[in-house]
Ligand binder design. Structure first.
Ligand code: BTN
Length: 254
């Protein structure tokens, strides 16, 4: 913790050797009265959760598995933008600590060379339609030298891309510092007006064809970047632009 230069994030910091899931742990801590900015980080995660009910493996010592607790006074409908805020923070932290220039796949996968290096899972607890608390969890593949065959064309690590091992504590600290900065910018307008341009510069697939999957329906669009609410603008073959929001769809490059 001595290398952590934050104002409020991680002042309450819980470090574990092993844990089922840091998102679950932050929920438990929140229910027990933990405060805004509490962080949980673990060496190994045995029941890591991914998006869409998938699991997220975190082998002991190889990655960063970290979650934090937020209690923002914002409209519940605006909370999904925090995932995009987190993606910006992770991207900047990776660049500053390793020099690797990653990209973002909307809404929140961090990509290097077309493969995923970090995943983010934001969960919300509501009380009478208002935000009770939000859990932001992120998993970064750091010192992993290879992936099993079924993952090797989809996943990569900082070690594979940078050719050397990376110290995890300074990277984790940098993620928290960058998050504070971007979170402040988000709160000023409660949207991404100040962050949209930066996000769009990092976005993969812009002006390319993407497949948008809504339930069993698949459509092809041109990706046109995000708007200030973090929705992805997509253009159909008649040139008509519409928005998709992150809860409802999955987007794939084709
Ligand atoms: C994804 O599917 O891309 C999201 C993966 C999120 C994984 C992280 S690891 C730390 C935190 N705890 C969890 O159980 N999941 C998130």
């Amino acid at each position: 913790a001595s290398c952590l230069h934050t104002k409020w994030l991680g002042k309450d910091l819980y470090c574990y050797e092993t844990m089922d899931s840091t998102n679950l742990e932050i929920r438990r801590l929140a229910e027990a009265g933990a405060s805004h900015g509490t962080v949980a980080i673990t060496e190994e995660q045995t029941m890591g959760k991914g998006r869409r009910g998938r699991s997220w493996l975190a082998e002991a010592g190889a990655g960063i598995a970290m979650s934090f607790l937020l209690k923002p006074q914002i409209e519940a409908q605006n909370s999904s933008m925090l995932t995009l805020v987190t993606a910006l923070a992770v991207n900047e932290a990776i660049c500053e600590t390793t020099g690797i220039r990653a990209k973002i796949k909307w809404p929140n996968d961090i990509i290097v060379n077309g493969k995923k290096i970090c995943g983010i899972l934001t969960e919300m607890s509501l009380q009478m339609d208002e935000i009770n608390y939000i859990v932001v969890g992120l998993g970064i593949n750091v010192n992993i030298d290879h992936f099993p065959e079924d993952l090797s064309d989809k996943a990569t690590s900082l070690q594979i891309e940078g050719g050397r091992k990376i110290k995890r504590a300074p990277l984790a600290a940098k993620v928290l510092e960058c998050f504070e900065k971007y979170y402040d910018m988000f709160l000023k307008t409660e949207d991404l007006s100040m962050l949209q341009d930066e996000y769009n510069k990092l976005l993969v697939h812009t002006d390319q064809k993407i497949k948008v999957v809504r339930g069993s329906k698949e459509e092809i669009f041109l990706s046109r970047g995000i708007n200030h609410r973090g929705e992805l603008l997509v253009e159909d073959e008649d040139g008509k632009v519409s928005e998709v929001s992150s809860g409802e769809v999955s987007v794939r490059g084709i």
